[in-house]
Write a protein that binds this ligand. Structure first.
Ligand code: PBG
Length: 332
């Protein structure tokens, strides 16, 4: 055997990694249950319904969603985000169900607030669960028309605020919607209702399973590239964020998550405001597919992916893994 010569090294970075206690001592970022936002799919009726492309995630009836909210409270998850599966018979070209004060999201919001008032409720502003064509805006001919869509989004946001939503989260990517929603909320006395804007949201293939979950996969006509961002653009994300902050956004979302960590990092570095990552349905599906094939360790992969968001600057993460991650964190 060759006896290696001892290196004359003064700097040995491995010294800080030599034991769990030193690793803990020098650790730069911490992941806690306070970082988690749990997106929940809603359905009419009772019970739960599996979603094929998102193993382990189910559409929940209002009762089951209230139960999930109390689970969130127990696990220390601060907030949930609601997404409805709208009965196809209620979808139309004008997205009129978005304005119905008794729609699924509004009834769920009221019920969950009553049952678990300490958990924050985030509601999604965009028309896709309600349009017959599956777009986030109104379609005139081949065009998603910006300004008429914003009027409906304002009505949708007010409808959700009246039902008791704590945070309004516009995910539609129309221009000027944050300012219009802020003005309308303030005019109705909802100054305390926050806006978490999907400021940099990309036209991504990773939303596939979500569209399955809310039932727009089959109906979506064309794609969303005239309003969601081009995955090739980074600078433009900073302009989107600047605009939304100017219009009154309190918090921001960058979406998707892991493939867009550079965007998250730049946004946080540039603006230093509360910024969240959305680990989207396709990211969830990829990890779960590998886990279910026995190729990845679930908890370690999940926690590592969430830590990556923290390292890149996120204040928190919207993730379908929220309850599982919270349990894994509890176990340490
Ligand atoms: C639509 C919306 C989408 C998601 C959240 N809100 C999909 C889309 O833009 O088509 C995706 C979330 C996910 O994939 O987990 N307003």
């Amino acid at each position: 055997m060759i006896k290696p010569e001892k290196l004359e090294l003064r700097l040995r970075l491995r010294r800080n990694r030599k034991a769990e206690w030193t690793r803990r001592l020098v650790r730069e970022h911490e992941l806690s249950t306070a970082d988690l936002i749990w997106p929940i799919f809603l359905i009419e009726g009772t019970g739960r319904q599996p979603i094929d492309s998102m193993p382990g995630v189910e559409r929940l009836s209002i009762d089951a969603a209230a139960h999930a909210a109390s689970e969130a409270a127990e696990l220390g998850i601060p907030a949930i985000a609601l997404f409805p599966y709208t009965d196809p018979s209620l979808r139309d070209a004008e997205a009129s169900e978005a304005l119905n004060e008794a729609n699924l999201v509004c009834r769920a919001t009221r019920a969950i607030k009553r049952a678990v008032p300490q958990v924050g409720i985030i509601t999604d502003v965009a028309l896709d669960p309600y349009t017959s064509h599956g777009h986030d805006g109104l379609l005139e001919g081949e065009e998603i028309v910006n300004d008429p869509t914003v009027s409906v989004l304002v009505g949708q946001a007010l409808n959700q605020a009246r039902a008791g939503a704590d945070i309004i989260a516009p995910s539609d990517m129309m221009d000027g919607r944050v300012g219009a929603i802020r003005a309308a909320l303030d005019a109705e006395g909802f100054e305390h209702v926050s806006i978490m804007s999907y400021a940099a949201k990309y036209a991504s293939a990773f939303y596939g399973p979500f569209r399955d979950a809310i039932g727009t996969k089959a109906t979506l006509v064309g794609d969303k590239r005239t309003y969601q961002m081009d995955p090739a653009n980074g600078e433009e994300a900073l302009r989107e964020v600047a605009a939304d902050l100017e219009e009154g956004a309190d918090m921001l979302i960058v979406k998707p998550g892991l493939p867009y960590l550079d965007v998250l990092f730049r946004v946080k570095e540039t603006f230093g405001v509360p910024t969240f990552a959305y680990q989207v349905s396709g990211e969830y599906a990829m990890i779960m597919a590998a886990v279910n094939a026995g190729w990845l360790d679930a908890d370690r992969t999940i926690l590592e992916s969430l830590m990556a968001f923290k390292r890149a600057g996120a204040n928190g993460v919207l993730t379908y893994f929220a309850p599982r991650a919270a349990k894994a964190l509890r176990l340490g």
